[in-house]
Design a binder for this molecule. Structure first.
Ligand code: CP
Ligand code: NVA
Length: 301
């Protein structure tokens, strides 16, 4: 059965936990010689730049026995005005799944509605669910549990924050989001996630949010596509920098996470990013295993 993955909320708690467990096994080398997707082709249609998502998908797809077909709008007729729907119908005739990185989340919904194959969100302006899977895997790997932990997200209420909120709702951890007024996470995402298990609180004070936290998470202040707001946001977000003083408010064994790429010296200082609490490069590595486990779930019958 065709199944899309456009937001973390598309998966149940049990499915998310199964992906995390499988990803941890894959990382440990279990089934390393198996190629369950042999003969398949998976498209990667990217309308924004990417290091981690693109390369981890390409490598993971190869390791699972399939081939990746990377494309940008300017290289296909989409960039010359062919509709999203026609593009989705045609690609469905060749490919077995399609990973899309785009701007408005609505574009992904249009793609998936016209597509006969699974569509995976490789980041939209509203969600970054593949990132959230790797984030959960990393927390589990470092803390041995996720439910019941206290996570503080400090900064912009963006796509990464929205997916983390859905993770809190599904898995059941406590999430404090500290952001300036006017930069809150998406209201609908928040409302839906609050119908789940976790406690999700929006605060203004980063120190209050980080107090006794097990995990501190941040992301860039200016996401891709928001460059026009750069100067305004940089000023507004200054008090939300993750620095040693802020990390000092958390538990001694706090882990610091960032989806990367980081703007060093803006949302996070070098001392923190390169310091002993930082797990950001393990987090980046885990994208590979979390996405392999996701692809197995969506494509192996
Ligand atoms: N974290 C993340 O999605 O990174 P890329 O933009 O490099 O893919
Ligand atoms: N919020 C960032 C995440 C990049 C991985 C962006 O959308 O640019």
């Amino acid at each position: 059965m065709k199944r899309h993955f456009l937001r973390l909320w598309d998966l149940t708690k049990e499915e998310i936990n199964a992906i995390i467990e499988r990803a941890i096994s894959l990382k440990a080398g279990v089934d390393a010689q198996q190629c369950p997707l042999i003969g398949k082709s998976i498209g990667l249609l990217f309308e924004k730049p990417s290091t981690r998502t693109r390369i981890s998908f390409e490598v993971g797809i190869y390791q699972l026995g399939a081939q990746a077909v990377y494309m940008t709008p300017s290289e296909i007729q989409l960039g010359r005005g062919e509709t999203i729907e026609d593009t989705a119908r045609v690609l469905s005739r060749y490919l077995d799944a399609l990973v899309i990185r785009t701007f408005e989340h609505e574009r992904l919904i249009r793609f998936s509605s016209a597509s006969d194959i699974p569509v995976i969100n490789g980041l939209s302006d509203l969600h970054h669910p593949c990132q959230a899977l790797a984030d959960l895997m990393t927390i589990k790997e470092k803390k041995d549990r996720i439910a019941g932990l206290k996570v503080a997200y400090i900064g912009d209420g963006n796509n990464v924050a929205n997916s983390l909120i859905e993770a809190a709702g599904r898995i059941g951890f406590s999430l404090n989001v500290a952001c300036p007024e006017g930069y809150e996470p998406d209201a609908e995402v928040l409302e839906e996630a609050r119908s789940g298990d976790g406690e999700i609180i929006i605060l203004r004070d980063p120190k209050e949010a980080a107090g006794r936290a097990d995990v501190i998470y941040t992301d860039v202040w200016v996401s891709m596509g928001q460059e026009a707001e750069k100067d305004k946001k940089k000023k507004r977000f200054q008090p939300y920098q993750v620095n040693l003083q802020l990390v000092g408010c958390a538990r001694e064994d706090v882990i610091v996470m960032h989806c990367l790429p980081a703007h060093r010296g803006e949302e996070i200082t070098n001392e923190v990013l390169d310091g002993p609490s930082s797990v950001v490069f393990d987090q980046a590595e885990n994208r590979l295993y979390a996405q392999k486990a996701l692809l197995e779930m969506l494509l192996v019958q």
